[in-house]
Write a protein that binds this ligand. Structure first.
Ligand code: C2E
Ligand code: CA
Ligand code: CA
Length: 748
């Protein structure tokens, strides 16, 4: 199981990649769009450029002709034409005011007077003069200035008087002077502007180029689409404007042409697309830089978000699947991993067991040594258990001091030995430093998974096995079996109904006589509880007292039996019967109650019963390990006048030595202990010896479980004082016992 999904990362980077791809495709599209747009713009501006250039030139040429026309008007009726010297002077004056470099007049005989005083013959050819008269104006081609060899244009206006030709007024303008106008119309970024003739010869251009015929150039050019030099030529022949695109010397250009109103000239604008591409490229570059910066920023943002997500998911994972104390898996992780691990065992054909391990009395360790030591112990136990895992096995800490394991179980006995060993190892706790070892005991419950049941049922079964192991003293682990389950179910049923049973009076007092061996007369009695269950009938105390001892309810029940006993004693007194002492059983749990004796006194006193009539029966197992407390209690009871009996002597650990230190008034021999003497002479000797020694401590002896005459004979023979057993009487309901007591006494 991973704390987070790598695929999340992959997906996000996939997204970034897709975004980059989209941007790349978008850029290509954008590039095309921009190029197309710029080309469009270029076409529009170049068309506008040539048109404007044409119009500007038309205006300019028109204005210059106008200047000549007004000179013409003033000369038409003037006598100056007959006075060459004055005419020259006049022309000179005019020339100073106008834009021409030279102003002049050419007579019909071909004599031309110039404002600078020069006189030339046929400055304008006959044909030129003819054209001027024909069109009432004349603009020359590019010509060589006869005075300084510079390039010039000549403008002329014809002059008539009374229908008779007088000559032409002309103006000379240097071609250079038009460069300003051309420059003004020139497009930026390497654009060119020309005034050309329809045959392609360049009249003027800017920037200055090696003047040649553009159709000569056109033959080297490769025209776009269906355009051609031919079409351009035709257009110009027919005075049409147009736009053409071509590639020359490896670079593409657009050129636009627009007719002027003079000489069939054309304004021609040329724009190399390379400059446009550069513009597009720089625009594109800017856009791309922008796009990729955005992607970069988004990427960084994404990485940041993913990092946060990763950290969050790790934190969540830790929260959900890791036990913070030991760093091991927690129950959630275990449950998630369990099905796969179980399947793997099944596939390998290896049986497996769900195992619950619990640290015994862990709460006490926490109370006595503090949580720090408690935590240290848990960590150590976890480490030991986890370290012992074999391939395919699982481990987790499922609760405070509870650990869960999935273990291979090739063989029950083998697993039991393994878990025993493991528990021993895991429980060997030493605090840091090495000294001060505190051995912990562990209890394990195992469920050999033999059925496909839900996980919680497996857990239930392992827990039941654990509870069974806990019950059986000296056992570390137990396997789940059906008997355990039934036992525990019964216990649960008992627990769930005990309080109600007490309230409803289902617990009843029975009394068993303790009799004189010889006469059989009732000398005293023992109070014994019975549960008259409405459904299950009479339940013997052995089935419920151990349960009540576990859950503490026995304290209430003993108190109830004590009250009943005291009431019965009171009743006997009232009936005028001779009261016999009654022994009441008290669980070892009362020893922990500091008010035990006080409560006892109160109860007995409330019924007005003499203390000597109550005998407190304490089982010998209580004595073991609690001699001091026992001594205190016995002394306390004696102080109040109660007598104390040691119950079940010989059933367990009791030693005669203990008896020397504890002043019991009576010792009750356990029926199993006595039964062990049956047909065993050596055991009989031991019993007899024990009786003798106890008698020396001035204790009386009650023999329990006397069932036969022989037993009675033997026991009375070795010196036992009283007999309690079926041979004399079974335990009787209180009323029946009272009747027996009456009979007993009346017989006497
Ligand atoms: P115990 O105190 O040793 O009580 C004597 C038990 O031996 C009684 O079992 C009694 O019925 C049984 N018994 C007496 N004579 C014979 C006989 O000849 N043969 C056989 N086979 N059994 C005989 P019971 O009444 O079932 O009680 C069992 C145990 O339950 C008692 O053992 C006692 O430890 C506990 N117990 C009974 N009543 C109470 C009570 O009110 N409070 C507490 N704390 N424990 C009680
Ligand atoms: Ca008893
Ligand atoms: Ca007993």
């Amino acid at each position: 199981m991973r704390p987070y999904k790598i695929s999340g990362f992959k997906r996000s980077f996939g997204l970034i990649f897709i975004a980059a791809a989209v941007v790349a495709v978008g850029s290509v599209w954008y590039w095309n769009l921009i190029t197309e747009r710029l080309a469009q713009d270029a076409r529009v501006s170049i068309v506008a450029g040539s048109r404007e250039l044409a119009l500007d030139f038309d205006r300019l040429l028109g204005a210059q002709l106008q200047v000549l026309a007004s000179i013409g008007v003033s000369l038409e009726q003037s006598p100056l034409l007959q006075q060459p010297a004055r005419l020259t002077e006049y022309l000179n004056r005019q020339n100073k005011r106008n834009v021409f470099t030279l102003t002049g007049f050419q007579f019909t005989d071909g004599k031309a007077l110039f404002s600078n005083g020069a006189v030339l013959r046929h400055f304008l050819s006959k044909a030129e003069v003819e054209e001027a008269f024909e069109h009432s104006r004349y603009v020359s081609e590019r010509k060589k200035n006869p005075f300084d060899d510079s390039a010039m244009l000549v403008f002329a206006i014809p002059l008539r008087r009374d229908g008779k030709r007088l000559g032409v007024v002309f103006g000379v303008q240097a071609v250079d002077a038009y460069e300003t106008a051309l420059a003004g119309a020139t497009l930026p970024d390497g654009g060119l502007s020309f005034i050309i003739k329809p045959d392609g010869n360049v009249v003027m251009g800017y920037p200055q180029v090696a003047y040649q015929n553009i159709f000569n150039l056109g033959t080297q050019a490769r025209f776009d689409g269906d355009l051609s030099a031919e079409k351009l030529h035709q257009d110009m022949q027919n005075g049409r404007s147009g736009l053409t695109g071509y590639t020359l010397n490896g670079s593409h250009r657009f050129s636009s042409y627009y007719p002027l109103g003079y000489n069939g000239w054309y304004a021609l604008s040329v724009l190399p697309t390379a400059s446009m591409a550069e513009k597009a490229q720089s625009l594109m570059l800017m856009s791309l830089v922008l796009c990729f910066s955005i992607i970069g920023v988004l990427g960084i943002l994404l990485i940041f978000i993913l990092r946060m997500q990763y950290q969050n998911s790790r934190a969540l994972f830790r929260l959900g699947f890791v036990d913070p104390l030991t760093g091991a898996d927690n129950l959630n992780a275990f449950r998630l991993k369990f099905p796969k691990a179980a399947d793997a065992f099944r596939a390998r054909g290896v049986p497996f067991a769900l195992t619950v391990i619990n640290v015994n009395s862990f709460k006490a360790v926490n109370d006595i040594y503090g949580f720090e030591v408690g935590d240290q112990i848990l960590r150590q136990v976890a480490q030991a258990l986890q370290g012992a895992l074999e391939e395919g096995e699982l481990f987790c800490r499922s609760g405070a001091d509870v650990f869960l394991l999935l273990l291979a179980c090739p063989d029950r006995a083998q697993l039991e030995r393994r878990v025993d060993r493991l528990a021993l190892q895991a429980g060997r706790f030493c605090r840091a430093g090495g000294e001060d070892c505190l051995p912990m005991s562990l209890t394990c419950g195992m469920y050999l998974v033999d059925e496909e049941v839900p996980f919680y049922i497996m857990m239930d079964r392992a827990n039941l096995a654990w509870a069974a192991a806990k019950q059986r003293a000296g056992r570390t682990c137990a396997f789940y079996d059906e008997a355990d389950r039934r036992q525990i179910v019964t216990e649960k049923r008992i627990e769930s109904s005990m309080d109600q049973a007490l309230e409803k009076g289902e617990f009843q007092l029975y009394l068993q006589p303790k009799c004189d061996f010889k006469t059989g007369k009732i000398k005293s009695a023992e109070a014994l509880v019975r549960w008259k269950h409405p459904v299950r009938g009479l339940i013997p105390p052995d089935s419920f007292i151990p349960v009540f001892e576990k859950n503490g309810f026995v304290l209430k029940l003993d108190q109830f039996i004590l009250q009943q006993t005291a009431a019965l004693l009171k009743q006997w007194k009232e009936q005028g019967l001779e009261q016999v002492p009654v022994g009441v059983n008290f669980s070892r749990l009362h020893l922990d109650d500091p008010h035990f004796i006080d409560t006892l006194v109160q109860t007995v006193d409330r019924a007005g019963v003499e203390h000597r009539l109550l005998e407190v029966e304490l089982t010998e197992s209580v004595v073991f390990g609690h001699v001091e407390r026992m001594k205190q209690v016995i002394d306390g009871l004696h102080e109040k006048g109660f007598s104390v009996a040691m119950d079940d002597f010989g059933s367990g650990y009791s030693s005669l030595n203990v008896l020397k230190n504890l002043y019991f008034d009576c010792v009750k021999f356990d029926k199993e202990f006595l039964a062990s003497g049956e047909g065993n002479p050596r055991m009989r000797q031991i019993i007899a010896g024990a009786v003798k020694m106890i008698k020396e401590l001035s204790c009386s002896i009650v023999a329990e479980g006397v069932e036969t005459q022989e037993q009675a004979d033997f026991l009375s023979g070795i010196g036992c004082d009283l007999a309690q057993g079926y041979f004399f009487s079974k335990p009787l309901p209180a009323a029946e016992f009272t009747q027996r007591l009456e009979k007993n006494q009346s017989r006497a």
